[in-house]
Each structure stands twice: as structure tokens, then as C-alpha cells.
Write a protein of this length. Structure first.
Length: 218
């Protein structure tokens, strides 16, 4: 004979409301194998509600992958449903994609990003007819501004060559190497928060070049 908890019979005998009888054996979830209260199950389901939520999958329209529901933000899911928007997972949301726009825009420095990673003005100019300048996300722009500020520090090493270009053979220049294998670049002597790595300076040079390209007459 199948056993039922006493509480099940008590609730099932009530005149008001519908009640699904669940035997003692069926209090064990088929997925996590844990004994749970009857309220942890949806009527005749053999898998608890928690496990069902973890096994449900949704399609992220930004990365085009099928992912568990737990990898989506609940607020964004409700917004997408209410406004008939796009479904976007947490990882893609962090990259700037939203329920409004899942188009990938290419940042010239850090790769594919969503529209929220770019300034509205820059995207507007990029989308304008006849203009296809390189896009740079706000994070890279912020990094560029920080490096430029550090390079203006009074203690930062800088080129002291006469003229516009640095001469590697100029022994009087402060960037002239003092020993074999040594590398020097503007700001290489700065430490801690103001430190400028070789990659930082190369990044800065690329950003300066793009800035010059934008200011050139069309």
C-alpha cells in the first residue's frame, strides 16, 4: 500500500481548493534526489521547482547560444517580455548588449561589444551615411585619458630630442637606453597607480593616430 503523509490526507479532505496527493516516495526529487516538502513541487511534477528552474533553457539573441535560465537577469527577462524585446544573457549584458539592440559593434581596441559600451554620439556618427570611421568603446577612451594624464606627470620620462620624432641614437635624450637589453618609453619610470607599461604606451600611440585621422579634412 502506498503511504501518504498525514498532512496530505488532512489537506486533501478540505472542501475548499484543489489538492494533489503526493505519496512519501514522491517527496524525493528525481533530479537532485533530495526529500522535500510538498510545496517544493508543482502538482504532479516529479522534479522540484528549484531543479526545474535550473534546467530550463533560453536562447540569448546576442551570442546565439542556448543557456540555462539562471544565466539571465530576471529584470531583463521581464522587460523583454513586456516590451517584446530581445533576450540577453548576463555575460552579453556585461558586454553592453541590451533587450533593445543585440547588434555587435567592433571596438578597434578590444573587439566586439554591445551598443551600451559606446557613446551615443560616436555610434550616431558611425551609423551616418557615408561615414565608417573606427569605433572605440568608452572604456578604452577612459583608459586613453588616464594614460595621457599620467604621461603629463612632472616625474615622467619623456623624449628630449629636438624635432617631432624620437631618435634612438641620440645619447642626450632621456629615453636613450643606458644598458644592453633595456627598453625605455615615455612614462616607463612611473610606479604604482601612475605606472605606464610598454603596452599602455603603444595603445596610447594607436589612439593618438586615430584622433589625428578624425581631425583630418575629408
Amino acid at each position: 500500500m502506498i503511504a501518504f503523509p498525514k498532512s496530505q490526507w488532512k489537506n486533501a479532505g478540505r472542501a475548499t481548493g484543489s489538492w494533489t496527493l503526493r505519496c512519501t516516495k514522491c517527496h524525493c526529487c528525481a533530479t537532485c534526489c533530495q526529500i522535500k516538502d510538498v510545496r517544493a513541487f508543482a502538482q504532479e511534477a516529479n522534479t522540484c521547482i528549484d531543479c526545474q528552474q535550473h534546467t530550463q533553457t533560453l536562447h540569448c539573441e546576442a551570442c546565439d547560444r542556448i543557456l540555462p535560465e539562471k544565466m539571465f537577469n530576471k529584470h531583463m527577462l521581464l522587460k523583454a517580455k513586456r516590451c517584446k524585446g530581445k533576450l540577453v544573457c548576463l555575460a552579453c549584458a556585461d558586454r553592453g548588449f541590451s533587450t533593445i539592440d543585440v547588434t555587435a559593434y567592433h571596438c578597434a581596441e578590444c573587439g566586439e561589444q554591445g551598443h551600451l559600451k559606446f557613446s551615443v554620439h560616436m555610434l550616431k556618427n558611425y551609423k551616418a551615411r557615408g561615414r565608417r570611421q573606427q569605433l572605440v568603446c568608452t572604456e578604452c577612451c577612459r583608459r586613453f585619458a588616464t594614460i595621457e594624464m599620467n604621461l603629463k606627470d612632472k616625474q615622467a620620462l619623456r623624449c628630449t630630442c629636438k624635432g617631432q620624432q624620437h631618435s634612438h641614437s641620440n645619447e642626450k635624450c632621456k629615453l636613450y637606453t643606458q644598458k644592453a637589453g633595456e627598453k625605455r618609453w615615455p612614462g616607463c619610470n612611473l610606479k604604482e597607480k601612475k605606472a605606464v607599461t610598454e603596452e599602455d604606451y603603444k595603445f596610447c600611440e594607436r589612439m593618438r593616430w586615430r584622433k589625428k585621422q578624425k581631425t583630418r579634412p575629408q
